[in-house]
Design a protein. Structure first.
Length: 996
């Protein structure tokens, strides 16, 4: 039971002098107007009304209370209460009931209950008013206690009492008490011929989630009215049964009852939830026009129409309805502004917001909508202007939600300093304010620690953190260094019971797999397996793909689909297609492609782009290009997939072609990086300079990945001086440092690479795995053996980076170039089987002399057992035989390669490419035969022609003292008198330019 209000207790005490001094000396203007309007006298003479007869005084106060109830002003109600005390009218039951009801509508349940307690012998009407006051203020448990007290003390109650209690049960969602009240009404016979009680039962069952019982009550009614239909239709909408609501609306129009201002908004709300009800919603609009409800004083139908058309992406129709409404209210303006924002017309919404200020004062809902829209669209100046308006109007002190929306605005605009200042100076902060700050900091990679510090500060406050708080701070743990804090959050969630919900476990799984602890992720998945949803499995699959665990992601996908019978969504398919592409799982990838066609995912642009990327990773450029051209609508990502895909497949010239076809799209950073890589691949210095000019004109040179790509391009084209200039003027990022270190090493300046690495370390930039790959490669190309070993050990000892396969390959290459193959062999043998799996191939490539041929044969046999399907090992081993002029061994290995079906087929584009784009076989053969006339007539080549072999590798010396130039000869068998030998010259460093 609520405590009595001290003010009201003093007012009802016999000694009234102290209280009357605190109340206004004269009634407020609203009170005067109320008295004057009901007595048809001027407001100036309303003070004399208290001198009239008691009956008229009581009637005047009742009418004035009815007027004041609409305003909800507690001060006006207090003044009227004081007037009733002075005149003694409060002793009249109707006056006391009216005062109590007015307090309830002014949201002062304590004063209403205190007034009820002062009544000597309250009747049923006063009891009902007191119970109604409690239910209106959502004090349902107190209302239930008062109802029991009424039944115990008064011994009776009527149908109005049950209607009030059922209203409270529907607001509280208490189905048990609602059913008990239904039983009481049947037992006492109060349900007979009481239409309002039946309607209250329909509403109660629907609002408590038991819509079947609501329908049963409706169809058991002997007669109904419009309220009955409205309760049923609104109840079906409340339970998400929009189709059912539309059907009942049709039934209602066929009955004797016509829809009213309550019916039409409910059914329009149902239509806005389902796409297939748009036409029906237009019919409802026509019905509203026919019945004359489109433009009424309450504007409820017009406001619902604005929302309806906005939800279906027709803001123009919503604007037309809004413009035709004569009596616009605050809800009308809010509906239009929200509709424009939802349809990405934020600027128009801001214009409407400005127009609104001259007619209606924006409320909290308006401001939150406008501020959130500015944050989503990145409108910094407009958002600050709205902030200024809020300060001028003093609205920041009204509700914390306004300040919270401003916090979210500045955090989305990366203006964290302003957000922090606003948070510290806000008049009132609540838990949502803290959650907003933590969420904003967690989104910013450079403010992860601030998010964690804010969470710790929240725990030290009196506020109780919620599930939203935990979900906000978990994303701040996204690296192995933050795993310990993430484990603390996991323990905190277990302690306070936040892990009972699947959403928290999903967030924890994402945290663990992002931090690299996949075992903990799989363990959590086992715990929630019975209640896991598609988000849970997407977390596992996407996380495995991001961590390179492609096989695990495919296993999880197959288990999800076959064992749990969960249907994948577009996020699932995009991830598994990437896994198939990286593992070269052609059959599985094509099966998933068929699944996308069967389940209508093929129209999803993200899925189609993922299919293009998958086929490119598999080397199937024809299928990738076919899917691209079959797309109805392409976006910039589609073009970027084509450009990067051709670069991945060493077809930079095709990437250039697609770049030149991008007429409808402005290339972004990804496009530019891809085309720069194509120029690097082609060693096309001229085209690279053109792209560089586009970068400068488009102000993209600040992008760290573009500048790093330019450094690499100029380096590979032999312009180390320009590469150094680009590096010096660009922002010093880890990508730029790595590119420049690699550039010096590529040109044989290993000492400069080391010097640059030390300079980078002194500048505070943290080295990565890629940094040490570039540094070790530089030591390898420059013959700096001691320095290479030094930085290999420092990598793990000082920088905490565990060496990977790429680092081990650099060490093997460094030792092989120095002729220290035995040391290289010992190094590989010292590695674990998992680490050495990808390093044996590098050691095989390093065996280039006859003295090491036995070692090469031993390594090759070992590799053939480890990975018998890897054609690269066979090609490398065959090349070693050819390098030693042991052609029979080379032919034998090539025969094994072809018998296993591992020979790479010629691409379709190679067969159809015009001579203007690529050199002809005859032209290449002519160049080759002119430089090495002995090779074209050699026995190995003739033997290959006779045996139908398609590929052979010859190593011919360009002369004494020069480096070996590898030349891959493709002998193509044709008709008699057919074509000669097709050659593709591959070189390293300066040899490439001499060959070209």
């Amino acid at each position: 039971m609520l405590c009595r209000a001290p003010r009201l207790l003093a007012a009802t005490h016999p000694v009234l002098s102290a209280t009357t001094k605190l109340l206004p000396s004269s009634p407020p203007r609203l009170l005067l107007a109320a008295f004057a309007s009901f007595h048809h006298v001027p407001a100036s003479s309303a003070d004399h009304l208290l001198d009239e007869t008691p009956r008229r005084r009581a009637a005047a106060i009742v009418r004035a209370l009815a007027v004041s109830s609409s305003s909800g002003d507690a001060n006006v109600v207090s003044s009227l209460h004081c007037a009733s005390l002075k005149s003694g009218a409060v002793l009249d039951p109707p006056v006391r009931t009216s005062v109590l009801t007015a307090y309830a509508r002014a949201r002062d349940a304590g004063a209403a209950l205190a007034l009820f307690d002062e009544a000597v012998c309250p009747d049923v009407i006063l009891w009902n008013a007191a119970i109604s006051a409690l239910t209106l203020n959502r004090c349902y448990s107190d209302a239930m206690a008062l109802f029991r007290q009424m039944a115990r003390e008064l011994g009776e109650f009527d149908s109005t009492t049950l209607v009030v209690m059922l209203s409270g049960a529907s607001r509280a969602g208490d189905l048990g008490h609602g059913m008990a009240l239904h039983g009481v009404s049947v037992k006492r016979g109060l349900d007979a011929d009481q239409l309002n009680l039946w309607n209250a039962l329909i509403d109660m069952y629907a609002k408590c989630g038991d819509f079947e019982s609501s329908e049963a009550v409706f169809w058991r009614m002997s007669y109904r009215d419009t309220t009955s239909w409205n309760s049923l239709i609104s109840g079906s909408v409340f339970n998400g049964l929009d189709d059912v609501a539309a059907c009942y609306f049709k039934e209602m129009t066929r009955s004797v009852f016509q829809p009213d201002e309550m019916t039409l908004p409910s059914v329009l709300s149902a239509c806005s939830h389902l796409d297939n009800l748009f036409t029906f919603g237009e019919s409802v609009h026509s019905c509203a026009i026919k019945l004359g409800y489109e433009d009424t004083a309450s504007c409820s139908v017009a406001n619902s129409l604005v929302t309806f058309y906005s939800k279906f992406g027709l803001p123009e129709a919503a604007e037309m309805v809004f413009a035709s409404t004569t009596n616009k209210n605050l809800v009308s303006w809010n509906a239009l502004i929200k509709g424009l924002v939802e349809n990405d017309r934020v600027i128009d919404a801001l214009i409407v917001f400005q127009e609104m200020g001259s007619e209606n004062q924006p409320d909290v809902s308006t401001l939150v909508t406008v501020v959130s829209a500015c944050g989503d669209e990145g409108l910094h100046s407009e958002g600050k202007a709205v902030h200024g308006y809020i300060i001028r109007k003093g609205l920041l002190h009204e509700e914390p939600s306004v300040g919270n929306s401003l916090l979210d605005l500045y955090l989305k605009l990366d203006d964290t300093s302003t957000a922090s200042l606003l948070f510290r100076t806000m008049p009132r902060t609540d838990l949502i304010s803290w959650n907003t700050m933590i969420t904003g900091y967690s989104r910013n990679d450079s403010l992860k620690e601030e998010a964690q510090s804010m969470f710790k500060a929240l725990l030290s406050e009196d506020l109780q953190c919620s599930l939203t708080t935990v979900l906000a701070v978990i994303p701040s743990c996204s690296s192995p260094e933050e795993l310990s804090f993430g484990k603390g959050l996991h323990a905190f969630s277990l302690k306070y019971g936040f892990t009972h919900g699947v959403s928290t476990v999903n967030a924890l799984m994402h945290m663990y797999i992002t931090c690299g602890d996949s075992l903990a992720t799989f363990s959590l998945m086992e715990e929630i397996m019975p209640v896991s949803d598609i988000v849970s499995w997407n977390t596992i699959i996407v996380g495995c793909v991001q961590n390179g665990l492609y096989k695990d992601s495919l296993d999880a996908f197959q288990f999800m689909c076959s064992t749990l019978a969960l249907n994948p969504d577009c996020i699932t398919l995009v991830s598994v297609l990437a896994a198939c592409g990286n593992l070269n799982k052609q059959s599985l990838g094509k099966s998933i492609h068929c699944m996308t066609l069967k389940d209508s995912f093929a129209s999803n642009l993200r899925v189609r782009n993922a299919l293009v990327a998958m086929y490119f990773r598999m080397g199937d450029t024809v299928s990738a290009e076919s899917i691209f051209y079959s797309m109805g609508d392409k976006n910039l990502c589609s073009w970027n997939c084509m450009i990067s895909g051709f670069v991945q497949n060493n077809k930079g010239w095709r990437a250039l072609q697609f770049y030149q076809k991008m007429e409808d799209f402005m290339p972004d950073e990804m496009s530019v990086v891809g085309i720069i890589c194509a120029c690097t691949q082609l060693r096309d210095y001229r085209q690279g300079k053109i792209i560089h000019g586009h970068v400068v004109r488009s102000a993209l040179q600040k992008n760290v990945f573009i500048s790093a790509s330019l450094v690499d391009m100029y380096c590979k084209c032999g312009r180390l001086d320009i590469a150094l200039q680009v590096f010096e003027i660009s922002e010093k990022s880890i990508a730029g440092w790595n590119s420049m270190i690699s550039a010096f090493g590529f040109h044989g300046h290993g000492l400069k690479s080391i010097e640059l690495f030390l300079k980078m370390n002194d500048s505070g930039v943290k080295a990565t795995r890629s940094t040490f790959i570039a540094l070790l490669s530089a030591c390898s190309h420059s013959g700096l053996i001691d320095e290479g070993w030094k930085y290999y050990h420092l990598m793990s000892e000082k920088f905490g980076i565990i060496p990977t396969t790429e680092h081990h390959v650099c060490i093997v290459d460094m030792l092989g170039r120095a002729g220290q193959l035995k040391e290289a062999h010992k190094f590989v043998e010292s590695l674990s089987p998992q680490q050495a799996h990808g390093v044996w191939g590098a050691l095989l490539s390093a065996c280039s002399s006859k003295t090491e041929l036995k070692m090469a044969e031993s390594i090759a046999n070992h590799l053939f057992c480890l990975d018998p399907e890897n054609s690269g090992y066979y090609v490398t081993f065959s090349n070693l035989y050819a390098y030693q002029d042991m052609w029979s061994g080379a032919v034998k290995v090539r025969s094994i390669l072809q018998d296993k079906g591992l020979m790479k087929p010629r691409g379709e584009d190679e067969k159809t490419t015009s001579s203007a784009k690529k050199p002809t076989t005859a032209a290449v053969c002519e160049v080759f035969c002119s430089r090495w006339p002995c090779a074209s007539n050699s026995k190995p080549v003739q033997q290959l022609r006779r045996d139908g072999r398609t590929t052979a590798c010859l190593f011919c010396s360009a002369g004494r003292g020069q480096s070996w130039w590898p030349v891959i000869l493709t002998a193509m068998r044709g008709p008699a008198g057919g074509k000669g030998i097709r050659a593709n010259l591959k070189t390293w460093r300066d040899d490439m330019r001499r060959c070209r």
